[in-house]
Design a protein around this ligand. Structure first.
Ligand code: DX5
Ligand code: ZN
Length: 216
């Protein structure tokens, strides 16, 4: 059984109460929150005031994905939301080891995220220190993009690195997850599926969450 983390980015922001009631009723394990700064990625999504409202409404653990420069500046604010997991980008952290330590010291689980162009081997020396690795399966910045096919190989490479090093890290994937890509991602070794438009764009989002969760 996979962990499913629906991405708020594709939700109806005019009806957050209704969307969160759906998430609470559903089999979703976590809720994925995509923060963008218009600098690290070419788009801006939402910030802390919106996430505070969501945190009040959502009963599922929050999986926060910071697509921003200098993510370490916001560790206390993410902690104050009550977040369970904080994902920071490898490409945005000069002192990644220190940042991961600071996330742990704040009492959260820590994940490192790789853009599609960053080799999995970059994590050779960090993979034992993180709770999760998030592999971007599209270029970060927008929902609804096409899945990058080479990502399947990258999940296999990461699974091999985790097994070889004895790391306990989960593998999460983000971008273009749907009924066609999800089974292949799971077969390659994925533990956590983020899905935005596939879930929130559906007529029956709860069924799609259940389907992703119970893929063989
Ligand atoms: C992309 C975000 C994703 C996004 C995924 O920058 O990190 O979490 O919401 O959207 P879909 O599932 O629609 O590709
Ligand atoms: Zn994300």
């Amino acid at each position: 059984m996979q962990i499913v983390s629906p991405s708020l980015l594709a939700a109806d922001f005019g009806n957050l109460e209704r969307e969160m009631a759906m998430i609470n009723r559903s089999e979703a394990d976590w809720l994925h929150l995509d923060v963008m700064d218009g600098v690290f990625v070419p788009n801006i999504s939402f910030g802390f005031p919106v996430m505070e409202a969501v945190a009040r409404l959502c009963q599922k653990p929050l999986d926060v994905h910071l697509m921003i420069e200098r993510p370490e500046k916001f560790i206390p604010q993410v902690k104050a939301l009550g977040a369970m997991m904080l994902n920071v980008h490898y490409e945005a952290c000069v002192h990644l080891h220190r940042t991961i330590q600071e996330i742990h010291d704040a009492g959260m689980k820590a994940a490192v995220t790789l853009n599609p162009s960053s080799p999995v081997s970059l994590l050779e020396d960090m993979v034992r220190d993180v709770d999760m690795v998030l592999l971007m399966t599209v270029n970060p910045g927008f929902g609804g993009q096409q899945f990058i096919e080479h990502s399947i190989d990258r999940v296999r490479q990461l699974r091999a690195l985790i097994d070889r090093t004895g790391s306990k890290a989960l593998i999460e994937v983000d971008g273009g997850v749907n009924e066609e890509t999800a089974p292949r991602l799971v077969a390659a070794g994925t533990d956590v599926l983020v899905a935005g438009s596939f879930v929130f764009g559906a007529e029956h989002p709860e069924e799609r969450i259940r389907m992703l969760r119970h893929l063989e």
